[in-house]
Design a protein. Structure first.
Lengths: 123, 233
């Protein structure tokens, strides 16, 4: 019985430790970790994500689009453009990337993101 | 044997415990039991949590004396295992209404039924009484369980399962449940609010796990909920 108490105490201790780590992480949201938080939020608000060529990125900039600030805070920086779905047709290189936390999406240097209808990204 | 049958058969064995006021099912089986007809299609784990208010601990121990089909696991006596392998393991977990934070989690030592008393379980409030045939099961209100799951620190597969439970709860929640959730969220501190939004974001971008609900199916609902929560902050 004593050893089972030890195992429960070990689990309780682990839970308390993770709670303290989480508290620290949440404090960091206003600092470096905030970039990842805001990147996650942008991706969560997106219905689809499309990898783009540099040439398509230039087309978007020429049309008046600016990359989202959160992508520019990453190192190396990413150009993340929020676009309307009907704009995708003019982006010849657009290749859909699954919206998941993955090396594939994080490895894309240039992405077009289509938000869910009615959702807005406020920085 | 279908999972639903296994779940309900396991709970039937626990009826003497479930009849004690304040005792309710918690965790991953709640979305299953809240589905129409307790359909149990949102399976993320093969055990069932029974939430025991610490003030009812003695009564629960007495009720367990009347349950012959289950006995405590030797290495972990807060987990009870059935003699029939088709029935699910039952995890007894403690609720202390005086707690509010994960960091307050403690062990209630007892030779017959020790309990891990989780600080965040105090967000659970008694909700609907589910009746299936002769089985009566008290469930928590979805909002409190959703808060608990989204405040729980993620670690490995268990953490991913917790988020899938949150997904399942969102799928079975009514508009009233979501209002309830937003109301509780509004009363949290900024750190807790940040943790909830952060975990919803993680849920939205989770890879599907084999034979579990697909997070992609709930992405739009999650995004709209995040926006609604941010309007509260």
């Amino acid at each position: 019985m004593r050893s089972s108490f030890e195992s429960l105490h070990a689990r309780a201790g682990a839970i308390r430790s993770r709670a303290l780590v989480r508290r620290w992480e949440m404090r960091q949201l206003g600092r470096a970790a905030g970039v990842w938080f805001r990147l996650g939020r942008l991706l969560a608000f997106s219905r689809s994500a499309w990898a783009l060529s540099e040439s398509d990125a230039e087309t978007l900039v020429a049309a008046g689009h600016s990359p989202h600030p959160v992508g520019l805070e990453l190192e190396p920086s990413r150009k993340l453009f929020v676009v309307a779905e009907d704009q995708l047709a003019s982006l010849s290189s657009a290749r859909e990337v699954p919206l998941r936390a993955s090396t594939e999406i994080l490895g894309c240097r240039t992405l077009a993101l289509v938000l869910f209808e009615g959702l807005e990204m406020v920085e | 044997m279908r999972f639903r049958d296994r779940l309900l058969a396991s709970l039937r064995e626990m009826q003497p415990v479930l009849d004690i006021p304040g005792v309710m099912v918690g965790g991953s089986q709640v979305p299953n039991l809240l589905e129409p007809g307790a359909a149990s299609t949102l399976v993320v784990s093969q055990d069932v949590d029974l939430v025991v208010p610490v003030g009812r601990h003695s009564e629960v121990k007495r009720a367990l004396d009347r349950i012959a089909a289950y006995s405590p696991a030797p290495e972990e006596p807060s987990v009870w295992v059935a003699r029939d392998p088709e029935k699910l393991e039952v995890n007894f977990i403690g609720l202390d209404p005086a707690l509010r934070e994960a960091s307050e989690t403690y062990v209630l030592e007892d030779d017959k039924l020790p309990l891990l008393v989780f600080g965040l379980l105090s967000y659970l409030c008694e909700g609907p009484l589910l009746e299936v045939g002769d089985l009566r099961v008290r469930l928590p209100r979805p909002a409190g369980l959703l808060i608990e799951k989204l405040l729980t620190e993620r670690s490995g597969l268990k953490g991913e399962r917790d988020l899938l439970v949150a997904l399942g709860l969102l799928q079975v929640s009514s508009q009233e449940d979501l209002e309830d959730f937003v109301g509780i969220f509004a009363g949290l501190n900024s750190e807790q609010r940040g943790a909830i939004v952060s975990n919803l974001t993680v849920l939205s971008l989770m890879k599907p796990l084999p034979e579990m609900p697909d997070p992609a199916a709930g992405r739009e609902e999650v995004a709209r909920l995040i926006q609604r929560l941010e309007a509260v902050a």
